[in-house]
Design a protein around this ligand. Structure first.
Ligand code: BTN
Length: 280
């Protein structure tokens, strides 16, 4: 049961967490390219894992898996994505683009633009992107994106874009290690969001930016990504497989690689890693 006061949900866990009305979501997504077919699970280990399984079984592009809660939500670099029930959006979008597996980063960056544009509607100030896959509001992470793929020989067969968006989780409910570095739409706006609305907007925004990627190429995405970037002109440190690279961010290239100027005149392409912005 839900009750609302001035557009804000009040009192009690189920109310506080906002609803996830999947029937309404399914009917609102009818006819869309992204989300024309949805799978909703109250509990799943990982929506990405399930979406990859559906891909192996032949599911078509635009299939989206949502869950209320994940028991082993997958983060980058084998981390666990905190996925409590009743609060957030966990979504995995299945794609079958005709691209090279090496170009998958471009889709991750496209998804980042789609999320940043969508949440900028709720938070007009402070939304930013950190390469390759984090969406921030001010200094805190609100969304993580994990792209996984299935190949057939050397060709890409399917891509799964997993999006974990912190929607109604309260700051005190983050795991202690993330309390200083994570945020949610609720923390930033003081509002509770019906999650099916957020899920619908997410599918719409992704559909828009994915279409731009397919029709106009990555150049258009890169421009928008850089306009949201929190890194351009900043010194960053990138850690990948035990190796550290530092430098000034001068852009991203057409493969989605981060371009780092080592301040001795050499610009390096970074294709993977965990980037942190250096203070000062
Ligand atoms: C990151 O480490 O920043 C990426 C986190 C990605 C989490 C999402 S939640 C929905 C989807 N299913 C998963 O198992 N992971 C992604």
């Amino acid at each position: 049961m839900r009750s609302e006061t001035d557009g804000r949900c009040v009192a009690g866990f189920a109310i506080e967490s906002g609803g996830f009305d999947t029937e309404a979501l399914q009917s609102r997504l009818a006819g869309r390219r992204m989300g024309w077919r949805i799978h909703y699970l109250p509990v799943v280990d990982s929506t990405n894992r399930l979406a990859l399984q559906l891909a192996r079984e032949g599911a078509a592009e635009g299939t989206v898996v949502f869950a209320d809660c994940q028991t082993r939500g997958r983060g980058r670099l084998k981390r666990i994505w905190q996925s409590p029930p009743g609060r957030n959006v966990y979504a995995s979008i299945l794609l079958r683009p005709d691209i090279d597996p090496a170009d998958a980063t471009r889709i991750t960056l496209t998804a980042g633009v789609a999320v940043a544009e969508m949440i900028s509607i709720f938070c007009p100030e402070g939304v930013g992107l950190k390469w390759p896959n984090d969406v921030f509001i001010r200094e805190r992470k609100v969304c993580g994106i994990l792209t996984e793929m299935k190949t057939k020989g050397k060709a890409l067969d399917a891509l799964v874009v997993g999006i974990g968006l912190n929607v109604n989780i309260a700051g005190r409910d983050f795991d202690p290690e993330y309390r200083q570095s994570a945020t949610s739409l609720r923390e930033e706006t003081g509002r509770i969001f019906p999650r099916e609305d957020v899920a619908l907007r997410l599918c719409d925004s992704f559909e828009k930016w994915y279409r731009i990627f397919l029709d106009e190429g990555f150049v258009a995405i890169r421009e928008r990504w850089l306009s949201h970037s929190r890194m351009l002109g900043r010194r960053v440190r990138v850690l990948f497989q035990g190796e550290v690279q530092e430098g000034l961010v001068v852009g991203i290239d057409l493969d989605g690689a981060l371009l780092l100027d080592d301040e001795r005149g050499v610009v390096r392409r970074i294709i993977a890693g965990d980037a942190s912005i250096m203070k000062g």
